[in-house]
Design a binder for this molecule. Structure first.
Ligand SMILES: Nc1ncnc2c1ncn2[C@@H]1O[C@H](COP(=O)(O)OP(=O)(O)O)[C@@H](O)[C@H]1O
Ligand SMILES: [Mg+2]
Length: 333
């Protein structure tokens, strides 16, 4: 969330990550069909930065997020965290790595056990990772409540006794408990009232500053991530189609899909000098990830698609001007 002036080390590196879900055979086809939820994603996240991941519902953001912290097994590819390949580690070997990477979920209502008191929910990762004796855990939980702006007097309350924003603060406190380096936040404000969203986003920003956190911040619209992300990855049908510095990507999208997503965002905070965006309205449905188009995944909805787009899959490569997009005919070279 803060622009870093010094280049940092890569904390997280995903290389050609895939997650395919086999579908049950329907009896007619001989081949087992697979749903390609994540389909060859490579990215790097530097220590202290926020990488936003954006794309329409169903494009594979949550699945990717879970792959990045190994909450789901990869079908292919690898993930390195803090210099270690975590994609093949055994459960036992993964155990000491887990505290360093945490997930904050979209819906605090659904991700918090309704029958447990808030204090116990936050204490759980501390107990799992043997933080210390009961007194030490109590002290740490009280500290975490303070850090996320919850009153210590509410430690014994149940999740339903909190507001939506407060519940997400409990989820954030739980994620912070083990002092992680990396937090993957999966649409952490999508379920909240607009008036509350800014408060929770500010909390994320403050915490990043205070604890030198690295974030992967998932959202379905470009509006939310703009203000929190140093760089943004745009996802479509399990692939990253554009990955660039936030301001460059907003000012001049290189991929037609990014341009289309931006057309849907009101440009209230673009200055008067901002170039007028060409509006693209997306037509048609997102194709089914079971039957992905050949070549470029976006070509069936792309106003600029040509023959090559159907035959060859574009790779995420730098254009002449240093932008990173998976497009045969980028909007900026
Ligand atoms: N456990 C699962 N089994 C089968 N398909 C899944 C599973 N989880 C997600 N999917 C499918 O993978 C695709 C990507 O889902 P998801 O990662 O949740 O997308 P997003 O978070 O971008 O909305 C969707 O088509 C979804 O239906
Ligand atoms: Mg999701």
């Amino acid at each position: 969330m803060t622009a870093r002036t010094t280049p940092s080390e890569v904390l997280l590196r995903a290389s050609d990550v895939t997650k395919h879900y086999p579908l049950r055979a329907d009896g007619f086809s001989r081949h087992r069909r697979v749903l390609r939820a994540v389909d060859g994603v490579s990215l790097e996240v530097r220590g202290g930065e926020t990488l936003g991941i954006v794309g329409e519902s169903g494009c594979g953001k949550s699945t990717l997020g879970r792959c990045l912290v190994r909450l789901t097994e990869l079908t292919g590819g690898r993930v390195e965290f803090d210099g270690q390949d975590i994609s093949t580690l055994s459960t036992r070997r993964l155990r000491p790595v887990r505290p360093g990477m945490q997930l904050v979920f979209q819906d605090p209502q659904a991700s918090l056990n309704p029958r447990r008191r808030a204090g116990d929910i936050v204490a759980e990762p501390l107990l799992v990772h043997r933080y210390g004796d009961a007194a030490a855990v109590r002290r740490r939980v009280a500290e975490l409540f303070d850090v996320v702006g919850l009153a210590a007097a509410h430690l014994d309350r149940y999740p339903h006794e909190f507001s939506g924003g407060q519940r997400q603060r409990i989820g954030i406190a739980r994620a912070l408990a083990t002092n992680p380096k990396l937090i993957v936040a999966d649409e952490p404000v999508s379920a909240l009232d607009v008036s509350i969203q800014a408060q929770v986003l500010n909390l994320f920003a403050d915490l990043q500053e205070e604890f030198a956190l690295t974030y992967v911040f998932i959202a379905h619209d470009l509006g939310v991530v703009r203000h929190v992300s140093d760089r943004i990855a745009v996802m479509y049908l399990g692939e990253i189609v554009e990955l660039d510095e936030t301001e460059a990507l907003y000012k001049e999208p290189a991929h037609p899909y990014t341009q289309a997503l931006l057309s849907a965002v009101p440009d209230i905070d673009d200055g008067a000098d901002a170039p007028r965006r060409e509006r693209i309205v997306l037509t048609g449905e997102v194709p089914n990830p079971v039957d992905k188009p050949t070549g470029c995944p976006f070509r069936t909805r792309c106003p600029y698609a040509r023959e090559l787009c159907a035959t060859e899959r574009p790779r995420l490569t730098p254009t002449a001007s240093g932008r990173h997009t998976a497009c045969h005919f980028p909007l900026i070279d």
